[in-house]
Design a protein around this ligand. Structure first.
Ligand code: UD1
Ligand code: CA
Length: 479
């Protein structure tokens, strides 16, 4: 059954991050920590999601409005402990019948599957509380799980409050629980601050419920990596690496070749189809999609970009671009938002394209800026062209038809239309429309001033070379 509520605790200060940004808003794998926790919680389909906020709450509330508007922020004015935080949430929510899941906001690696197992076990066993636990190699700082001689969970003791003997226990409280909502509300009213932290500990609710004769259980996670909490930037980097490993492993099992998992970074929401290849040093961000058979990298960063089947993207950067099937990009191309390459189109070396369509099979091979343009099919843009789209005030569009040959070193001054099947001469500055099939020439006539170097630069190596060439020509003329 879906829980009555998920409560995410995110009011703490996160001092050890040493940051102007709320701890739970720090990013890994293309999402905030809070975003990861909410994504896992969402798989439970809870009736409501409450997020307890406190420190830097304006940031957290604004972030929630953006990523998860259905989640309700609950302000905890004073951080009186995890028990106080949950009590504050329940007071704001009113009576919650059914299962209430509580989770910390700083455990970004938790999966929906583990939370579903927790809730499943909790409801199957008819528990008042079920705590998620795991065995860790280094338990310092965590709450330890206390079990009776029969193995049943009897309580949780915080590290600060634990005896030497208890500190030797390696089974720890992950900081996630399933509770019976009504029983939880009652137990929270009885929490005290009579402990080393001087706070209301949520963890004490377990012993209270058990003392009342209710059932308490533990759900143990086999893979402790999932339960990793982030308190500083060292742990954040560690969590980021572990998350990335998890994503790459999933991709490789699904048929994606990842040439070097140590240097490929893929965000959680990215989709990569089977038989795509990610080469060394590839970063795929946001909503990027890479289709089957495509080759990306080495040394490529794609953000919110679609790469079509069998396309090839090498040493390039793209943001908000669409690269069609069998298209080729790079090396050293920069595709900006709404650059759209159709099937078999090409954006070659040192080419920048933004807000433009490059039609099927059309090529922009070298050293060119294309802005605000529509290029038809089968056209070729010579080396070193600029689509002059900005008059200093407004942007204008250039339209290049099908099967056009734009010569090298052209300036196409928008708004301008180059008709189907036309040519433009190298070095042209095109300011007027070119009719279909025409050859446009827009440049100064060439004038050669004969003998200028020998007259004006006498005694230089150039003048000597010119003289020899003239004499050779004369001799050859004599023969
Ligand atoms: C808590 C658990 C501990 C567990 C550990 C796992 C308690 C008493 N202890 O300890 O058993 O092993 O998590 O990481 O619960 N928060 C609030 N309001 C508060 C206090 C905390 O929202 O008044 C939030 C924090 O922002 C954080 C979470 O609750 O997201 C946990 O608080 P924290 O102080 O980090 O608890 P720990 O000492 O780590
Ligand atoms: Ca913590």
């Amino acid at each position: 059954m879906s829980p009555a509520a998920v409560i995410v605790l995110a009011a703490g200060e996160g001092t050890r991050m040493r940051s102007r940004t709320s701890k739970v808003l720090h990013e890994l794998g293309g999402r905030s920590m809070l975003g990861h926790v909410l994504a896992a919680a969402d798989t439970l389909a809870p009736d409501r999601t409450l997020v307890v906020v406190g420190h830097r709450r304006e940031q957290v509330i604004a972030h929630l409005a953006e990523i998860h508007p259905a989640a309700v922020p609950v302000v905890q004015e004073r951080q009186g402990g995890t028990g106080h935080a949950v009590r504050t949430a329940l007071e704001a929510a009113g009576a919650l019948d059914g299962t209430v899941v509580v989770t910390n906001g700083d455990h970004p690696l938790i999966t929906g599957e583990t939370l579903r197992d927790l809730v499943g076990q909790h409801e199957r066993d008819g528990n008042a509380v079920t705590v998620l636990t795991t065995d860790v190699p280094e338990p310092t700082g965590y709450g330890r799980i206390l079990r009776g001689s029969d193995g049943a969970v009897t309580g949780i003791v915080e590290h600060k409050d634990a005896t030497e003997e208890q500190r030797a226990i390696t089974e720890i409280n992950v900081g996630m629980y399933a509770f019976d909502g009504a029983l939880l509300a009652g137990a929270l009213k009885r929490l005290t601050t009579d402990n080393a932290g001087g706070e209301e500990y949520l963890t004490d609710a377990l012993a209270i419920l058990r003392g009342d004769g209710h059932r308490a259980g533990a759900s143990k996670v086999a893979d402790w990596v999932e339960t990793l909490g982030v308190n500083d930037r060292v742990q954040l980097a560690e969590a980021r690496r572990l998350l990335n490993d998890r994503i790459l492993t999933r991709l490789m099992r699904a048929g994606v070749t990842v040439v070097d998992p140590a240097t490929a970074w893929v965000d959680v929401q990215v989709r990569v189809e089977a038989d795509a290849t990610l080469h060394q040093n590839v970063r795929l961000h946001g909503s990027t999609v890479v289709a089957a058979g495509a080759q990306v990298g080495p040394d490529t960063t794609l953000t919110d970009t679609v790469v079509g089947e069998d396309a090839r993207v090498l040493n390039s950067v793209a943001v908000g671009a669409e690269i069609g099937p069998e298209a080729t990009v790079g090396p050293f191309a920069y595709l900006r938002p709404d650059a759209r390459l159709a099937r078999k189109a090409k954006a070659g070396a040192y080419v920048e394209i933004k807000n433009s369509e490059v039609g099927e099979g059309s090529k922009v091979p070298h050293l060119t800026y294309v802005g605000d343009a529509t290029i038809g099919a089968g056209s070729n843009i010579g080396a070193g062209c600029v689509f002059v789209n900005y008059d200093g005030v407004a942007k204008h569009r250039t339209v290049v038809g099908d099967h056009v040959r734009v010569g090298s070193d052209n300036m196409l001054v928008a708004p301008v239309t180059i008709g189907d099947g036309s040519y433009t001469a190298a070095g042209s500055v095109i300011i007027k429309d070119v009719p279909p099939g025409a050859m446009a020439v827009a440049r100064g006539q060439q004038r050669n001033v004969e003998g200028w170097v020998e007259r004006k630069r006498a005694g230089t190596a150039a003048a000597d070379a010119a003289k020899r060439a003239r004499e050779n020509n004369t001799q050859e003329g004599d023969k």
